[in-house]
Design a protein around this ligand. Structure first.
Ligand code: A2P
Length: 316
């Protein structure tokens, strides 16, 4: 398993198991199978509504001595309704309790978006709070506290643009170590990627396969199908591998962490085996040429009528 390094020299396995959209009744077995197969990195979040089931999978593996806790890398994310400084620790503790863990390896601010504590997912614009009211710098102070206490070994952000990272970097005592963003050949974000690299911030790519299992409310009917892209398919035939493996290998070559989601045993194995896929420089160039700045997760759920968020101020 290839390992990328944080600034302090700690490692993060470059390939992890994604759990967004994994059903609680399936994800426990998926986690167990993934760990048995060789995965050492599981990506979770409070809002995925499945952390207890993920935790049961992790506990099963630890109790049955398949793995020690310190051999695993577990990430989770702070939800939008706990952005006040004093809300960060209780939110993290709730996640730790669900997962059955004493610490996380990495904790991220899930979105640069704030909501009142009583709102889990906003359905009206008034249920979103402007960042002027709950500044990200204040949320970050809460993140720094839990890091100092050792409750999360590393801290970072998700869905942050260059300008939001720049603003954080100005005042942070402990600067973000990770930015997890949607990333794949249709959304390569070279400027963001270079910015992160130049500031010692690792990048994790989510939705590496195009997240075809999103709820219909959360997808456009005319969206392109990344996993069936003709160039991706052509390269998979050349290398005698699958299109998913090409998409995962693209991250491994580029130097981003990648977290394909699957609850299917065969596909969990297949995705891990992408580590053996060797793309040539010419094949990488062909994949680079696919960039079209296309987001599957465009954040429009934060821009409902009356919301202080727009697609422009979200991604700027
Ligand atoms: P499943 O969980 O049934 O395997 P993303 O990681 O971009 O969010 O994509 C997840 C989607 O891709 C899920 O629908 C998942 O289905 C599917 N998927 C995961 N691995 C593969 C694979 N190797 N080949 C095809 N589809 C896959």
């Amino acid at each position: 398993m290839n390992i990328l390094k944080f600034r302090n020299g700690d490692g993060i396995p470059q390939l992890g198991l994604g759990t967004w959209k994994s059903k609680p009744e399936e994800v426990e077995q998926a986690v167990i199978h993934a760990i048995k197969t060789g995965y050492r990195h599981i990506d979770c979040a409070y809002i995925y509504d499945n952390e207890e089931a993920v935790g049961r999978g992790i506990q099963y593996c630890i109790e049955n001595k398949l793995i020690d806790r310190d051999e695993l890398f577990i990430t989770s994310k702070l939800w939008n309704n706990a952005h006040e400084k004093e809300q960060v620790k209780p939110a993290l503790k709730q996640t730790l309790s669900s997962l059955g863990l004493h610490y996380l390896d990495l904790y991220l601010i899930h979105w640069p978006v704030a909501q009142p504590q009583s709102v889990k997912f906003p359905t009206r614009g008034e249920e979103l709070l402007a960042l002027e009211k709950v500044p990200l710098a204040t949320t970050w102070e809460g993140m720094e506290e839990i890091h100092q206490e050792g409750l999360a070994k590393h801290i970072g952000v998700s869905n942050f643009s260059i300008s939001k990272l720049e603003a954080l970097l100005e005042n942070a005592q402990h600067t973000p170590e990770m930015n997890q963003v949607e990333m794949h050949p249709y959304l390569q974000q070279p400027d963001l990627f270079d910015f992160c690299r130049n500031h010692n911030i690792l990048v994790t790519g989510y939705s590496p396969l195009g997240s075809g299992d999103r709820h219909p409310n959360n997808r456009r009917t005319d969206e392109p199908k990344l996993i069936a892209d003709p160039t991706v398919m052509e390269i998979s035939k050349q290398l005698n591998c699958t299109p998913a493996q090409v998409l995962i290998a693209w991250h491994l070559y580029r130097g981003s962490v990648v977290i394909p989601k699957s609850t299917n045993k065969q596909r969990i194995e297949e995705n891990l085996k992408a580590q053996a896929v060797e793309l040539s420089a010419a094949q990488m160039s062909k994949l680079t040429a696919l960039n079209r700045n296309f987001r599957f997760i465009d954040g429009s759920f934060w821009t409902i009528d009356g919301s202080p968020y727009t697609l422009k101020n979200l991604w700027n």
